[in-house]
Design a protein around this ligand. Structure first.
Ligand code: BES
Ligand code: MN
Ligand code: ZN
Length: 500
């Protein structure tokens, strides 16, 4: 879908459908909605007085213009109460409207800059979230379907505004929205790809493509180099698979000096069978998405490279399968991590934290001033928070506050979890420095406490996206499958850090 902005008269635009808004509690159409109401001979006011149009959030009313306008349809969307409007509600409503119009085979859409000037939403901000909503809402993963989709495809969405002086702000918002949404859809594509396609080598190929397209610095470490570095924890996980592991290092350089201002770290298990501690077969296929964190940091870096903040960012993904072949890691084994710490393996299915232990240590040795890791780490996280919000864990309140704020701006909700010292007790081993599981209770927290051992004193936030990385059914601008969470949070965070 192409997104454009234009200035002009909404009664003159030729398009399949033009979207205008209506707020709950209003008695009459106002602004652009009133202009189109007049052109339609009062059809909108009539529907309002009959109670069909109430302005409730996500209410969508399609009115055919039947020749009274060059636009084929006028679509009145409810945005709820004016005072309660948020940018995220606009994203959701636009997404739902686009999906409905796609179902009706509408190919071109125009919309007013919905929400601008209301509840503190700027012209730029409205254009951004309209763009995001449209591009995220019509996403579908059809890579391996040989048949064409039953519905059509929306080719173009135009944001139309009567005031020419608004054009630069509209263009800017539109550009940012497009970069953010496309990066999110890239992360979705990667996580939706099955394990036989999205292998560690393939992740490295995607990284190569991103590096070439966006001029990022790329390094991919092979098993031998990782052995030299002593990445015993990560390589322990990788030893049970025939697919070679890849350690992907991407760098964005926007700052004046050479410092690593922030490291973004993503879990990169391209398929998690559980290893020797094998998972039950039911639903195991879902574990093709166990690299969603890695996909998110790679995609975020591609967006950062396009938005060009003045900051240096390091993105790291330790990519491997977790498989149970004859040379696989076994329960009871003891590994030595790159940091020198020894780890007793209780379950080979607690593999994510093993891989991240070495990546966190690597980031620290690269001089990262702060680190954010993103991982589908624990089933317990999904039990605790479902798919509504991501759990955050930290050793630095200031940094987590920034991450939560960046998430709020993106409409990606983040809930901070406790990190009390007492939880560390559960990770104690009798035969090694630490063990890789902490028992059934507080599983997400003990996993985070394990990572904290390797993050050390460096300000660090861990985001457990086991619940939010996928969704089972369509919801606002999310569609079934991978969500691309938290790509937009990470980008917002880096933009905010660059401004300080
Ligand atoms: N990748 C899984 C966590 C997961 C589960 C993500 C469900 C998304 C949906 C992780 O590697 C895992 O297997 N965790 C174990 C840890 C346990 C062995 C301590 C879990 O959650 O059961
Ligand atoms: Mn696992
Ligand atoms: Zn896993």
């Amino acid at each position: 879908m192409e997104i454009k902005v234009t200035t002009g008269d909404i009664t003159k635009i030729e398009t399949g459908a033009i979207i205008v808004d209506f707020f709950e509690g209003m008695e009459h159409p106002a602004g652009d909605t009133a202009i189109l109401d007049e052109a339609l001979g009062g059809a909108i006011s009539q529907l309002v007085s009959q109670g069909e149009i109430k302005g409730k959030l996500s209410e969508i009313t399609v009115i055919h213009s039947l020749g009274r306008l060059p636009a084929g349809r006028v679509v009145v969307v409810g945005l709820g109460k004016q005072a309660e409007l948020t940018q995220d509600k606009i994203r959701g409503v636009v997404a739902e409207t686009c999906r409905l119009l796609r179902q009706k085979n509408v190919e071109t859409i125009a919309t007013v800059n919905q929400g601008a000037g209301i509840a503190g939403i700027t012209i730029e901000g409205a254009a951004q979230v309209i763009t995001e909503g449209a591009l995220l809402g019509v996403y579908s993963f059809r890579q391996h379907l040989t048949k064409k989709a039953e519905h059509g495809e929306i080719k173009q969405l135009t944001i139309i505004n009567a005031d020419k002086t608004n054009l630069p702000a509209l263009e800017q918002g539109c550009h940012k929205g497009k970069v953010l949404a496309e990066a999110t859809n890239l992360a979705r594509d990667m996580a939706n790809e099955p394990g036989n396609y999205m292998t560690p080598s393939h992740m490295a190929e995607v990284a190569t493509r991103l590096a070439e397209t966006y001029r990022l610095e790329l390094q991919v470490l092979e098993r031998e180099q990782m052995q030299e570095l002593g990445m015993g924890a990560f390589l322990g996980v990788a030893q049970g698979s025939r697919e070679p592991p890849k350690f992907i290092i991407l760098r964005y350089h926007g700052g004046d000096d050479k410092a690593t201002d922030v490291a973004l770290i993503g879990k990169g298990i391209t398929f998690d069978s559980g290893g020797i501690s094998i998972k039950p077969s039911e639903g195991m296929g879902e574990m093709k998405g166990d690299m969603a964190g890695g996909a998110a940091v790679m995609a975020a870096l591609s967006a950062i490279a396009q938005l060009k903040p003045k900051i240096n960012v390091l993105a790291l993904v330790a990519a491997t399968e977790n498989m149970p072949n004859g040379s696989a890691l076994k329960p009871g084994d003891i590994l030595t991590a790159m940091s020198g710490k020894t780890i007793e393996i209780i379950s080979t299915d607690a593999e994510g934290r093993l891989t991240l232990a070495d990546v966190l240590d690597y980031a620290k040795k690269q001089g990262a001033k702060q680190m954010v890791d993103v991982a589908t780490l624990t089933g317990a996280m999904r039990v605790a928070l479902g798919d509504i919000c991501t759990g955050a864990f930290t050793n630095n309140q200031e940094l987590v506050n920034k991450v939560i704020a960046a998430g709020a701006e993106a409409g990606e909700r983040i809930w901070q979890m406790p990190m009390y010292e007492e939880y560390k007790e559960q990770n104690k081993s009798e035969v090694a420095d630490i063990q890789n599981t902490g028992g059934r209770s507080a599983g997400s927290i003990t996993a985070a406490q394990f990572l904290a051992e390797f993050a050390g004193d460096t300000p660090w936030v861990h985001l457990d996206i086991a619940g939010t990385s996928t969704t089972e059914k369509e919801r606002n601008y999310l569609v079934k499958g991978a969500t691309g969470v938290p790509v937009r949070t990470l980008v917002n965070l880096v933009l905010a850090l660059a401004k300080q």
